[in-house]
Structure formats: C-alpha cells, structure tokens
Design a protein. Structure first.
Ligand code: CTP
Ligand code: CA
Length: 230
C-alpha cells in the first residue's frame, strides 16, 4: 500500500508522550526551569497521531501550539507531569521526551523580598520523581515499549547506554546538545537510537523527520505485540 505510506500502522494503539521543560516554583513569581523548546516531543506526538495512535501529549510550558488530533494535558511541575502520565495509562508506547527538572524547591507562599541588609535567600533543593524510571520499572501496567531521551554534552552514546540500563527503559534517543552542534532549540536534531541490541546513528535532519522515523521504528516494534485494552 505504497500510496498510503505509514498512515494507519499504529491504529488501535495508545501512546503517551511528554514534552517541554517543567517549571518548579520558588515563590509565586519565580521558578526553576531548563532550556527545552518542546519541538522534538511535540513532533513525536504529532507523528504518532498521524500514524493512527490515540495519543496523549503531556506538555510542560512551551510556546508551541497543541498538535492537531492529539489530546494535550498542560502541566507546570515534574510532580504534575508524573501524575498526568499515570492518569494517561494504559498505553502501548510511551515516549518521554520532556526535559524534566531534576530538582524542585519547597516553594515560599509569599513572594521572597530582596530586603536591604539581608543575605540572598538559599534555595534548598529536593529531587523530583524520575518519571521514566518509574514507568519503565512498573510491575503491572507497563507500556510495551518505553522510550526515553538523553540530552548529553559529552560521551553521548556511552552516557546514554548507561542511562538506558539504569532506568530500565527499552530505547533511548540520545542527542548531543554540546554548543558545537548548534542544535539546541532549533529545528534540526542529530540523534542516536539506542536499543538493547545496538545503536543506530541518524543523519542530522528536521525534528519532524526524526519524529516520523521514530514512529516507524515504534510501529515495526509493536507490529507483533497484542494491543492494550482500554
Ligand atoms: N526523566 C524523567 N523524570 C525525571 C528526569 C528525567 O522522566 N525526573 C526522563 C527524561 O524525560 C528523559 C530521561 O529521563 O527521557 C533522561 O533524562 P536526563 O535528564 O537525561 O536523565 P537524568 O537521569 O536526569 O540524568 P542527568 O544527570 O544527565 O540529568
Ligand atoms: Ca536530568
């Protein structure tokens, strides 16, 4: 069916995608965050949906429009993202592309004032839940395929392989975000797809193309597995 291309290969499948940064409040007007445009995660949600998957996108704050045909849950914090992923289950595949803040602050109820004569406030950080590790290590209700991301600035493949093993996810999409690549926040990306049996290095291409290729790999992998109920 060459004419229809990839369309419909994920029909009857359920997908969860996370995207964007999370914002961790410091007080009512300030937050901790990281640099993530959400472009790659949103493109993956759109590609899975275009392949026929019933797709829920759980997005931190971005400047992007909600992809058409995708159910979007907007969240701010890592804790909210973790709860939204849990609420979106069951799923056949989960692609966790969000740049989740590793730490949160116990937020002040009132705006912290820059009072003259006082030392700057100290932020006490606590670790956020690891959404990917929790999902990948679920004993019941684990998606058939759990895919994580790893943004690395050095030893990209080596670090990403270790991350895959540590978290217990099936695949890791690893990308080099060192300044030399110039990809951060842009429309292009250079990634390696890391699986148990090896590494595929993809040429630099549009985030949209990467998303489509990942959706193809996901469809190939799910092809012979039974569909999730619900
Ligand atoms: N991730 C997550 N929850 C967290 C942190 C990360 O779900 N609290 C997910 C990301 O969405 C991504 C993967 O884990 O799919 C890897 O994130 P990354 O920040 O590269 O991994 P960390 O374990 O936080 O390691 P690092 O020290 O390199 O930040
Ligand atoms: Ca991290």
């Amino acid at each position: 069916h060459a004419f229809f291309g990839e369309a419909g290969r994920l029909k009857g499948r359920r997908a969860i995608v996370t995207s964007g940064p999370t914002h961790e409040p410091i007080d009512p007007v300030r937050y901790l965050a990281n640099r993530s445009s959400g472009k790659q995660g949103h493109a993956i949600a759109a590609a899975l949906s275009a392949s026929g998957a019933q797709t829920t996108l759980i997005s931190g704050p971005t400047r992007l429009a909600d992809p058409l045909g995708v159910e979007v849950v907007h969240v701010q914090t890592a804790a909210q993202m973790a709860a939204a992923v849990e609420a979106a289950l069951p799923a056949d595949v989960a692609v966790l592309a969000a740049a989740v803040a590793d730490w949160r602050v116990r937020p002040a109820v009132e705006k912290i004032k820059k009072d003259a004569g006082h030392a700057p406030p100290e932020l006490v950080l606590e670790e956020n839940p690891d959404i990917l590790a929790a999902l990948a290590q679920k004993t019941t209700g684990r998606p058939t395929l759990v895919v994580g991301f790893a943004a690395e600035t050095r030893n990209v493949i080596e670090n990403a392989r270790a991350k895959r093993a540590r978290k217990g996810c099936d695949w890791i999409v690893a990308n080099d975000v060192s300044e030399a690549t110039g990809v951060f926040g842009g429309d292009d990306n250079t990634v390696h797809l890391i699986r148990a049996d090896g590494v595929e290095t993809w040429a630099t291409m549009r985030k949209r193309r990467i998303a489509e290729r990942l959706a193809e790999r996901i469809a190939d992998a799910l092809n012979h597995t039974p569909k999730h109920e619900g």
